[in-house]
Design a protein around this ligand. Sequence first.
Ligand SMILES: [Zn+2]
Length: 160
Amino acid sequence: MIRSNETNNISQKINSMFASLKWDIRLRRHAGQCEIMSFPEKKLHRITLPNPDHRDQLRPIEYLHELYHAKLCETVHPLFSGSIFTQNSNPEYIQFYTPLFRCVNDWFVDGLLITLCPEEELDEIKEHTEMILDNFEKFNSGNLAEFCNLNVCRISVLFT
Ligand SMILES: [Zn+2]
């Protein structure tokens, strides 16, 4: 549970991270959840936030997580923008590797978030871990890549 002083603290970190981004930013609203797509070739981030009336409120720790993807894309490697494939990439490879790239990206982002705001991030990881374990039977019948995409990497963060 996030207490009010933690919310203010994380809001400051969000504002600081947002202000540190050097590429152009396009903001938009939609009916889904928060996501950031980065386009290294255009030096552009497209930040999509949920509509204010969306059933799932924007969670500050998730927004900060997305901003970290953008920051790492600018400063470390374009792969942090998400999965990058050429137009000629084999669709089977895209389907197989996309969850793995996401898993690795999230492992780095979550590792940084633990150092920046450990209580909020550990709460987030624990919540996701419980969700994964609660649904393990359902997802265990799927493929491994899909299971990884559901942030199984976050479990490893808990035990490192
Ligand atoms: Zn992520």
